[in-house]
Write a protein that binds this ligand. Structure first.
Ligand SMILES: C[S@@+](CC[C@H](N)C(=O)[O-])C[C@H]1O[C@@H](n2cnc3c(N)ncnc32)[C@H](O)[C@@H]1O
Length: 305
């Protein structure tokens, strides 16, 4: 029996072209593979954002203020929050992530290393709203959404998600968000199709996770990784392409994928900074201060209502 919450997967698989939401990349193995991606020479976003936050640490700390209630969405390893906590000394930290077991471990490790911090883990899908523990104060909240994860949503959904972030904070709150900026196509495409094949393994792992969630029988060896920049929509697209005709079954359904047919697994939009700050304003964050690296590859934006 298919759990009702996974009907989005079977619905997406039956579309032409088929699609799977990128949130399903992140089971325990997917989270570990993402951590491996962040270490790859081609994957500039994590390295650039970390360097940017280190370089501007004092200015960022002045802008966001100390003693905040820090809420990181899609927190993963909490590595970026760890560095931020050391400079802004929040009163409490809440990490939220769909990959709940991986998050639990990350928050436990953060708590061990920063014993003065009240650190909490909340497993959940942020696209379904963010349910925080009742004792998390509303005053002084700072939502942290690094890694350019906002780029995984198409613009209307990104705007909607930014609107939910606005609802999470009072007028004294803020949002600190990382965005990947448009750049040379060769650099973008290499970042999503590395020489060691780690991103390909990350992409194929979504099928392993889907097999577990809906009981399907995808054979991972039948699918190859595809990543390219779509100029018209200013986004990297990741797909899985069938190497041969493939019959896939799951309880209550199934379909045939012909050789060369693709499943669209991820978009990663690259917004010019003014386009993004305009989106922030439309979501209710009218004031924005941005820091960029010297190559203008990445921006960290502090936005306030
Ligand atoms: C690209 S990784 C970024 C991780 C980390 N914040 C960073 O900047 O390195 C995206 C993170 O968001 C989480 N995630 C993806 N979709 C999510 C969703 N719908 N709800 C909650 N977390 C989600 C993933 O599990 C993963 O940890």
């Amino acid at each position: 029996m298919l759990l009702p919450r996974y009907t989005d997967i079977t619905h997406g698989l039956c579309q032409r072209p088929a699609r799977i939401s990128p949130k399903y990349f992140y089971d325990q193995q997917g989270s570990q593979l993402f951590e491996a991606i962040t270490q790859l020479p081609e994957y500039y976003p994590t390295r650039t954002e970390n360097a940017l936050m280190r370089h501007h640490a004092a200015a960022i700390a002045r802008a966001v203020g100390t003693g905040r209630v820090l809420i990181e969405l899609g927190a993963g390893s909490c590595r970026k929050a760890r560095a931020l906590c050391e400079t802004v000394r929040p009163s409490c930290f809440v990490g939220v992530d769909i990959s709940a077991d991986f998050l639990e471990d990350s928050v436990a490790s953060l708590q061990r290393d920063l014993p003065w911090l009240d650190a909490r883990a909340v497993g959940g899908d942020i696209t379904h709203g963010v349910d925080l523990p009742r004792d998390i104060p509303r005053a002084g909240r700072l939502v942290f959404y690094p890694g350019s994860s906002i780029g995984n949503f198409d613009p209307p959904h990104a705007l909607e998600l930014l609107g939910h972030m606005r609802e999470l904070v009072d007028d004294d709150g803020g949002l600190l968000i990382g965005i990947d900026l448009p750049k040379d196509v060769a650099i973008l495409e290499a970042a999503y199709d590395d020489g060691a094949g780690v991103t390909a393994e990350f992409n194929r792992n979504v099928l392993r996770h889907v097999n577990r969630l809906i009981g399907s029988d995808f054979d991972l060896a039948q699918w190859q990784h595809r990543a390219f920049f779509n100029r018209e929509d200013s986004r990297i697209e990741m797909h899985l392409e069938a190497l041969a005709d493939a019959q896939v079954r799951w309880p209550g359904g199934g379909r045939v994928f012909e050789r060369g047919e693709r499943i669209h697994t991820e978009n990663s939009y690259k917004y010019p900074l003014p386009v993004f700050t305009d989106m922030l304003a439309r979501a209710g964050f009218a004031q924005a201060q941005a820091w960029t690296d010297e190559r203008d590859w990445f921006a960290v934006v502090h936005a306030r209502p």
